[in-house]
Design a protein around this ligand. Structure first.
Ligand SMILES: Nc1nc2c(ncn2[C@@H]2O[C@H](COP(=O)(O)OP(=O)(O)OP(=O)(O)O)[C@@H](O)[C@H]2O)c(=O)[nH]1
Ligand SMILES: [Zn+2]
Length: 352
């Protein structure tokens, strides 16, 4: 794609009234009728954004979405100038005009984004209220953590859970590298949550079970670098060819081998919810800031404490110094055990 300019905002030639300037290529398959130009937004075709690379968007036009050309195809698009300030992310349903043939060298134009069902966001850190939009329209989040190498961190999983609940996305947990360490002590932290858990070891991946939940849905995979997320995705989507890295034996840190988010279609033959599902891989992010999430949004990530918090006085901040916080009462009278107390501590850290 070297001929494509890399400046995100230089879609000037593809501006609102500039369809005639879009590069037109002779149609190599001249017997296949297609619309070369879609100057009218009412004629837009809807495609799903599957990759974003320096201002160029890959989109999949599904079979039958375009009456003029019902074939499924991948196309490349730039965004229209009027959308310059609109974040467009993987999973977005984009309205496409211009050359939507998908022929090599062609470029369509995104003129609108359909309303999103869900939106996964993060901020750089907790003090940063500027949100970064990560993925649109995901139904589920598969949180991938390793039982060891790198060591699992309860607090990072808490953050993912909060981000998922805040986005309206169902979380799922996959613990990898169970050949290296017993995952149960770590999983005990999340036992009271209604989060489905998969246990995986290389060569013994629970692929059939995971495919069953992927079928018919869009699932965003998140995890710290080095946990084995790419290994898992390659098993589920053999043509994904996600680069897998090596964990530094000393630091337990992965190299940053996957650097941008991409959507893949995973085949799920024979599954109850359909024969395929979408898997969205995200780069291994070390931090997952929640500066944009409200207190209520954070509380939604702690469904196991919700019934207790219901008993708090009005306006309770649920902090350690908060008078009569029911969480303290529950720890004192044994309604919450040691693991419950650890959950309270996690919550309080996030609420700070
Ligand atoms: N022992 C063991 N090693 C594993 C397992 N799964 C993955 N690995 C190894 O862990 C290393 C990191 O795996 P990746 O799949 O590259 O991890 P990742 O999460 O995609 O990391 P990034 O690409 O950096 O985001 C590789 O050397 C894998 O072979 C497992 O279940 N057990
Ligand atoms: Zn309270």
């Amino acid at each position: 794609m070297s001929w494509l300019p890399i400046d995100d905002d230089e879609d000037v030639p593809y501006g609102e009234y500039a369809d005639h300037q879009v590069r037109q290529r002779p149609n190599p398959k001249a017997n296949r009728p297609r619309t070369k130009r879609r100057p009218d937004h009412a004629n837009a075709v809807t495609g799903m954004v599957t990759a974003v690379d320096r201002g160029r968007y890959s989109a999949l036009i599904p079979e039958g979405a375009d009456a003029e050309d019902p074939t499924e195809r991948d196309i490349i698009a730039a965004r229209a100038r009027e959308l310059r300030r609109t974040p467009i992310v993987i999973g977005d349903r984009a309205q496409l005009v211009g050359d939507t043939s998908g022929d090599p060298g062609t470029l369509a134009r995104i003129v609108g984004i359909d309303e999103r069902r869900t939106l996964l966001r993060r901020s750089a850190d907790d003090s940063d209220t500027v949100e970064r939009v990560m993925v649109a329209n995901a139904d589920q989040m598969l949180i991938v953590v390793a039982a060891a190498n790198p060591e699992p961190r309860v607090r990072l999983v808490d953050r993912y859970l909060v981000a998922a609940y805040d986005a309206g996305i169902q979380p799922l947990l996959c613990i990898t590298k169970t050949d290296l360490a017993d995952p149960e002590p770590f999983l005990a932290h999340f036992a009271a949550l209604e989060v489905p858990v998969f246990r995986s070891a290389i060569g013994h991946e629970p692929l059939a079970e995971i495919r069953e939940v992927l079928a018919g849905r869009t699932t965003v995979f998140v995890g710290h670098s080095g946990v084995g997320k790419s290994t898992l995705i390659n098993s589920l989507v053999p043509d994904a060819a996600r680069a897998t890295g090596h964990v530094n034996e000393v630091t337990g840190r992965g190299r940053h081998t996957s650097s941008s988010s991409v959507a893949f279609r995973a085949a799920t033959p024979g599954c109850a919810n359909g024969d395929s599902g979408w898997v969205i891989d995200t780069p291994g992010v070390r931090s997952f800031g929640l500066g944009h999430v409200t207190t209520d949004g954070i509380l939604r990530g702690f469904t196991d404490l919700a019934a207790i918090i219901d008993g708090c006085p009005r306006g309770c901040t649920h902090q350690a110094d908060s008078p009569d916080c029911e969480l303290d009462a529950a720890i004192a009278d044994g309604r919450l055990d040691a693991m419950g107390a650890a959950r309270v501590e996690s919550l309080r850290r996030l609420l700070k």
